[in-house]
Design a protein around this ligand. Structure first.
Ligand code: PLP
Length: 402
């Protein structure tokens, strides 16, 4: 049997050293290449490992599908950020998320929010149900509704996403954890858009936190990856590990290395992008072509107080604007940008704009006049000027201020 490490390897515990997460991450936990004394650890690409003469595998490695050293080193950084017992990396965010649901049993009842990452919602609606899960979609911001949906003895998982894609509503994680635990269920949280810089769901009572590491964690739009981090290394976590091994869903070593390189600047990037998002949210709230800005950092946001309590130091890099004139104006605005990149995804250093309803398709809760914005780290004045001109052109407004 491959040895699954109880705790991530190569991890000088921050509590012992006293160094901050930002410091340890900048140095990739301080690991060096012992052989050459290089300041960057090598990428471990071996898929198979020498067995000891007594038949054991004393290195702890047997084969590349269950485990990999470069993957472990990157997992250690993520586990640290999330104050987790352990972390696991997957070949995508979807692989990470679905591995949690695949660790449940047929007949188990699952509560998921109505507004959430659309591919996962579709998978839950179709495939998870076909596999025997009983999935119920509830307003994730309505704690009373979630509580009322719990079925004693049957509900095994509450899924939350906060801030949730693409409306950026905020779920109360402490309250949801309490509801889940009283029902004997687990709370799992897609924290991709909160990022571990601003939010640690495990410290609020969640059992598992999930990230599309493709997004802010990597930050450069060049790796597809997923991450899970757990409060407990229990039987459920080991089932997820077995899923990763048996489904061959581990992240490749090259991608894990790139992700580690991205993580080294996580704190800087995420804070810069979040400051841009905040500034853009404020400025576009006053814009004559904008009907509404959705951003949890605005006092007008319905869960602003909760976001302030739950997210420390920032509200994330994601916001949406609803364009006056409806769908046609929103699409025309996206067509008229010159600096913003018209593309799906989020969390990169470059700013992205997307007409979200058309990508989500039928059944989306996303309004047709909504443009989803992923703020990058460019000069905020440039980002504002470009979107301002696009909005004015699309909605036929002059360039004069209001
Ligand atoms: N969760 C959120 C919030 C996302 O935005 C995405 C992707 O856009 C995912 C999960 C899925 O991640 P991936 O594309 O890496 O599978």
């Amino acid at each position: 049997m491959a040895r699954t490490p109880k705790t991530p390897s190569k991890k000088p515990a921050p509590a012992k050293t006293g160094w901050s997460k930002r410091t340890l991450t900048a140095q990739a936990m301080g690991g060096i290449d012992e052989e050459t004394r290089g300041v960057v650890r090598p990428i471990h690409v071996a898929t198979t490992f020498i067995r000891d003469p007594d038949n054991a595998y004393s290195s702890g490695f047997i084969y590349g599908r269950p485990d990999n050293e470069t993957v472990r080193e990157t997992e250690a950084i993520i586990a640290m950020w999330e104050d987790a017992k352990a972390a696991m990396l997957f070949s995508s965010g979807m692989a990470a998320a679905t591995s949690i649901f695949l660790a449940l049993n047929p007949g188990d009842h699952v509560i998921a929010p109505k507004v959430m990452y659309w591919s996962l919602r579709n998978w839950l609606k179709n495939d998870a149900v076909r596999l025997g899960l009983n999935v119920e979609f509830v307003d994730g911001t309505d704690t009373a509704a979630v509580k009322a949906a719990v079925r004693k003895g049957q509900t095994k998982l509450i899924w939350a996403e906060t801030p949730s894609n693409p409306m950026w509503s905020v779920a109360d994680l402490s309250a949801l954890a309490d509801i889940a635990h009283k029902a004997g269920a687990r709370l799992a949280v897609d924290s991709t858009c909160a990022t571990p810089v601003f939010s640690q769901p495990l410290t609020l009572g969640a059992d598992i936190v999930m990230h599309a590491a493709t997004k802010s964690m990597n930050g450069h739009s060049d790796v597809v990856a997923g991450a899970l981090a757990t409060a407990k290394d229990d039987e459920f976590w080991q089932r997820i590990a077995a899923n990763r091994k048996n489904l061959g869903a581990i992240l490749g070593p090259f991608e894990a290395f790139l992700l580690m390189r991205g993580l080294r600047t996580l704190d800087l990037r995420v804070r810069a992008a979040s400051a841009n998002a905040m500034e853009l949210a404020k400025r576009f709230s006053e814009h004559p072509s904008v009907a509404e800005v959705l951003y949890p950092g605005l006092p007008s946001h319905p869960q602003y107080q909760l976001a302030k309590k739950q997210m420390k130091g920032g509200f994330g890099h994601m916001l949406s604007v609803r364009v006056k004139g409806g769908e046609a104006s929103a699409v025309a605005t996206a067509a008229a940008v010159e600096l913003w990149k018209r593309a799906t995804s989020l969390g990169g250093v470059e700013s992205l704009i997307e007409h979200r309803a058309s990508i989500e398709g039928e059944g989306t809760p996303c309004p047709p006049d909504l443009l989803r914005l992923s703020a990058g780290i460019e000069d905020v004045d440039d980002l504002y000027a470009d979107l301002d001109q696009a909005l004015r052109r699309a909605t036929g407004r002059s360039n004069r201020k209001k």
